[in-house]
Design a protein around this ligand. Structure first.
Ligand SMILES: [Zn+2]
Length: 482
């Protein structure tokens, strides 16, 4: 049982914090009305997931999405909407993949190439060669069988991805945050040793297993893959197991594999999309409240939960503020990042370029990011910044009825607020819902729009617009940790 005095002191604390931290009630009501009555959130989301589709950094599809976002910002009346380049590397596009089992019977295979993998040399057909259970020296002894072969590189999948990370923010339970360690397919010879061996032996293509369940294929890729590497394809775990079991039993199935990919070498940059609602207070308008989300995704689905929902929410928050013709004291800036999936590259480039010296760092009021998870925003991860949490708690209070109820002091890693935090700048990420995120949609061929509702997108946009507005209007910037 909780002690009554503690509960009373606890609630008194919230009231005091709220009393000290002004909340702009009329502006919040206007934000909500615009968000509920004239929402563009679902349209933006479906343009991203259905029309633009997968947005792999460096690809022509990503650049199309970036130009589309810039055009929306200009259309809504934001100022200086532009693409900001940063060094990225070779672009890559998937043009065709078809993998079928042709014997002992016909079965289509759910298969996706690793990003940046080269094409196969036309259509490859033949019996698979299974090496998942072989040592390096055993593989070297098989060299005669490997030339031109379709190779099964992993052991059968024994441990599947079965759970989402714990959900922070919903109640008072202790929280654990960050990307969970997911089970990975294994092979007796690790892939970093195995794939070069196979390539030297002249194999045609390597098939890897996905550890996700029920036909879901988790697949990423490495932008530094040499253009003449061995092509690698990841297939559904259960189907991989069928092929590997047959092969291990001496009845190797026959497959037909065709993979066509295209490199884009002409532009080695990727781009962040930046636009402003200019500040109006002569003393504060040089200061920036930055809101953002990563626009890039992996290449197999629509990048819906990772991260079209974050992008749609942040874009809609800016649309709402622009539509209300608000006059913020500080400049409110939006940043849609590229290269997040390759190591937060766009956000890192932005921090390095714009916050190199102390005077520049002093002009950032706060950065608010919307990424891991999907659905509603429940609050913010406060990165250990208690002074900022007191302020954010007051801002969250009027959003309780929308399900945004709890900021947590703990940090979350692995997304675009991290370079800000590392530079000593106040950067925070929204706490989102993790239902089905880790075990189904994140970095998989199942990252489509059905997991996210219009209400959740509207809610996230309201929270982001509210926080951006409060941060743009308060007398002081958000306090730093150090
Ligand atoms: Zn991701």
């Amino acid at each position: 049982m909780r002690c009554l005095v503690c509960v009373l002191v606890g609630s008194l604390g919230v009231v005091l914090a709220a009393a000290q931290e002004p909340v702009d009630t009329p502006a919040l009501a206007r934000i909500r009305a615009e968000a509920q009555e004239r929402s563009s959130a679902l349209r933006l989301f479906h343009t991203l997931t259905d029309e633009l589709g997968a947005r792999l950094s460096g690809s022509p599809a990503y650049n199309t999405a970036a130009r589309w976002a810039r055009e929306r910002f200009t259309e809504w009346g934001l100022v200086n909407a532009h693409l900001e380049p940063f060094e990225f590397g070779r672009g890559w596009t998937l043009e065709k993949i078809a993998v079928d089992m042709t014997a002992p019977r016909y079965m289509p295979i759910t298969a996706y190439p690793d990003a940046w993998t080269p094409s196969t040399n036309g259509v490859i057909a033949g019996r698979v060669v299974y090496v998942g259970d072989k040592t390096a020296s055993e593989i070297q002894a098989m060299v005669g069988q490997l030339r031109g072969a379709i190779v099964l590189a992993h052991l059968p999948v024994a441990v599947f991805v079965d759970a989402d990370r714990p959900q922070p923010g919903l109640d008072e339970r202790p929280v654990r945050t960050g990307n969970p360690a997911l089970p990975q397919p294994r092979s007796v010879t690790p892939l970093n040793e195995l794939l070069p061996l196979l390539q030297r032996a002249g194999a045609a293509v390597a098939l890897k297993a996905s550890a996700y369940r029920d036909g879901t294929v988790g697949v990423t890729g490495n932008r530094n893959t040499p253009p003449d590497a061995l092509p690698t394809i990841t297939i559904a775990g259960e189907q991989y197991n069928v092929l590997a079991r047959l092969a291990a039993a001496g009845r190797a199935p026959e497959l037909r594999v065709e993979l066509r990919t295209r490199n884009a070498e002409d532009d080695r940059n990727s781009y962040n999309v930046i636009a402003d609602i200019p500040g109006q207070d002569p003393a504060l308008r040089d200061q920036v409240v930055l809101v953002g989300a990563h626009l890039d995704s992996w290449h197999t689905a629509g990048g819906a939960t990772d991260n079209a929902d974050g992008v749609a929410s942040v874009m809609e928050a800016m649309r709402i503020l622009a539509a209300l013709k608000v006059r913020p004291r500080r400049t409110i800036r939006v940043a849609l990042w590229g290269g997040e999936e390759q190591g937060l590259l766009g956000a890192r480039a932005y921090v390095a370029r714009h916050f190199a010296d102390q005077a520049a760092r002093d002009r950032l009021a706060v950065y608010l990011n919307d990424d891991p998870g999907s659905g509603r925003t429940l609050g913010f991860y406060m990165e250990g910044n208690q002074a900022a949490k007191t302020i954010f708690d007051a801002w969250l209070a009027p959003l309780r009825d929308l399900g945004a109820t709890r900021n947590i002091i703990e940090p979350i890693n692995a997304t675009d607020h991290v370079p800000f935090d590392e530079a000593g700048l106040p950067g925070f990420n929204a706490i989102k819902d993790f239902e089905a995120y880790d075990q189904r949609t994140r970095h998989t061929n199942a990252d489509f729009g059905e997991r996210t509702s219009e209400e959740e997108l509207k809610q996230s946009a309201i929270v982001m617009a509210t926080f951006a507005w409060q941060a743009a209007m308060r007398n002081e910037k958000i306090p730093r940790k150090r």
